[in-house]
Structure formats: structure tokens, C-alpha cells
Write a protein that binds this ligand. Structure first.
Ligand SMILES: [Zn+2]
Length: 184
């Protein structure tokens, strides 16, 4: 255990215990201090985006825990997926201990996703979006019917690559490219 008087880790003995609080004494210098076995908390700003709007909340997390991009956290019962992490020293990192984190950026998983699409038809490009669940799968070749139009999916741009065949979950899709079909 760390002793403030010695300025380093030393052996301690428990003098007294009350609930989760311990009075401990450094075996080297005799310094007595109070410790608790409750997890140490770190105050972190969490910016939760829900479509174009975002909300900043201040949350206390266990300081020792580590989080990374893609992890899911829960903020006031709202599931949030972490998309960016800023440290106290102002760096943007892929993962970090919560005690080193100043701001977490994330997207709410409690709302449907909006999948954007661009369609071509006789030299004209139109675009729109579909509101759907995160688990909805879109496939190249699939015919999609929206209240506005009907189209065939030709390509799917995901966060990682452009799919010319195969399928992807709605939440991974950046944009669907398709060919508009005439309705009869
Ligand atoms: Zn000491």
C-alpha cells in the first residue's frame, strides 16, 4: 500500500476496521491513515450523441477500470458505445484506464439507426435514409422498399470497406448505393 509519508509502497498493518473503512499504519514510518475498500471513482465527461444532437453528462466510474473504443457503457440506464477517448493529457487514444480519461465520446444504442442511401436512376442521383434497428441486415442485390421509393442495393459502404457482394448490419453501414426501380 502507498504511504504518503514514505512516498512509496510499504507494508501496512490494520489498526482498526469500521465497515468498509480501515485505519492502517505504515510498518516503516508509523504513519497512520484511513483507507476504504470501495472502488476509487473518477469523474469523466461523457458526450452521448443521438443523431445530430448530443448531450454531455458527468459520470463517476471506477478509476481502475479500462475502457476502449467499441466498448459499451451504461449511462443512467442508456447503453452507449464508445467511439472516441480523450485523456487528461489531451491525447486521443484507443483505450485507457478511466482514471486517465477526461472525455468519452459515444453513440446511444437506445435509438434506431439511420442508414443513408444514394440511388442513381437515368443519370439522376437521389438520396434518403431508412430508420431501422441496429441488427437489420442489408445485402447487395436486395430489393428495398421504402415509402418513397424502391431500389436494388448495388454496393454497401461500411466503416471499413466497400462491399460489392455480401451483407452488413445496419449499424456498420456508412452508406448504401443502389439503383432506383420504377414502381408500377
Ligand atoms: Zn510510511
Amino acid at each position: 500500500m502507498y504511504c504518503e509519508a514514505c512516498g512509496r509502497e510499504t507494508e501496512h498493518e490494520v489498526v482498526k476496521q469500521r465497515g468498509s473503512e480501515f485505519l492502517v499504519k505504515c510498518r516503516e514510518c508509523g504513519h497512520v491513515h484511513l483507507v476504504t475498500d470501495k472502488p476509487r471513482l473518477k469523474e469523466v465527461s461523457v458526450v452521448i450523441s443521438r443523431y445530430e444532437t448530443s448531450e454531455r453528462k458527468v459520470v463517476n466510474f471506477p478509476a481502475e477500470e479500462e475502457v476502449g473504443i467499441g466498448d459499451e457503457i451504461v449511462v443512467e440506464e442508456e447503453p452507449v458505445r464508445i467511439t472516441a477517448i480523450d485523456t487528461e493529457s489531451g491525447r486521443r487514444v484507443k483505450k485507457a484506464k478511466l482514471e486517465d480519461i477526461k472525455t468519452l465520446w459515444g453513440v446511444s444504442l437506445a435509438i434506431p439507426v439511420r442508414v443513408k442511401y444514394s440511388l442513381h436512376f437515368r443519370g439522376i442521383t437521389t438520396s434518403g435514409e431508412i430508420h431501422t434497428s441496429r441488427e437489420r441486415v442489408f445485402s447487395v442485390g436486395e430489393v428495398v422498399v421504402t415509402p418513397r421509393e424502391t431500389f436494388v442495393i448495388e454496393k454497401i459502404k461500411t466503416k471499413d470497406r466497400m462491399l460489392k457482394h455480401g451483407s452488413a448490419y445496419a449499424e456498420e453501414i456508412v452508406r448504401i448505393y443502389g439503383r432506383k426501380k420504377l414502381r408500377r
